[in-house]
Write a protein that binds this ligand. Sequence first.
Ligand code: NAD
Length: 280
Amino acid sequence: MRKNLTIVNTSPDPLKPLKNQKALVTGANSGIGEACALALGAAGADVAVNYVSRPEEAERVVQSIKQSGSNAIAIQADVSREDQVQAMFAEMLKQFGTIDILVNNAGLQRDSPFQDMTLEQWNTVIAINLTGQFLCAREAVREFLRRGVVPDVSTAAGKIICMSSVHEVIPWGGHVNYAASKGGVMQLMKSMAQELAPKKIRVNSIAPGAIKTPINRSAWDTPEAEAALLKLIPAGRAGVPLDIARVAVWLASDASDYVTGTTLFVDGGMTLYPGFATGG
Ligand code: NAD
């Protein structure tokens, strides 16, 4: 016999599972962040579109979200700068009143053979990919704790989705700053999830494999490069930003109410050691 079964709040509108929620997506004027912002908007959330450069691209994303029926605003901030992150959150709270969902997406690469890697290349990647996620998560958590759970909106006080990478587990020569930043994101995410679960705050990561965006254009923009890449992907295709955005909507919704502290690998099997399918 079932006892103590709590029915999880499901949105009355299954097509808009994020209705009445407010989301912030960092680095949302390109690639995966843009796709997440559009998908969260289509799922009913009002979206703050963070960007650091190219305001016209952020405005294009804002207009697309508005066409889908949700509200959207663009906010400029460098996620590695504490003052700018705090100003961004102040602006979002002023315009939207609160925040329910943070997608910590902004990131970049500064690749180099190890012996030639400059301290600036190291510091830039750690500052944006890791410290930037800390700074944004801390501001979001402060607001989640202040506001608490609003049952009509969500079963959680807040949701944070960290954009990690398969390189949180796959070592990556020539990119040690990037792999170190994503390994750091893994423990940042898990430690936050452990600490904040009792406060009804859920923290998870998405670890994309090879998704076709500007960050990795050289890995897929010639037939030779794409053929080499596909050898690493059992599913036989590179990913597209929508593959990630769909998962972000699920992780942001109450459908994943019991999921916290998890990295969801969205990688076509890249982390399955495909070389061992025929070797080993
Ligand atoms: P992208 O270059 O298209 O997007 C990166 C976004 O981050 C851009 O909007 C950029 O302006 C923004 N950004 C960079 N520095 C910033 C800063 N200081 N402040 C605010 N925004 C800043 O690349 P993408 O592939 O869409 O990358 C998005 C995330 O996904 C990154 O965290 C990346 O590490 C991760 N990722 C991508 C792939 C992939 O295959 N594309 C794989 C694994 C992980």
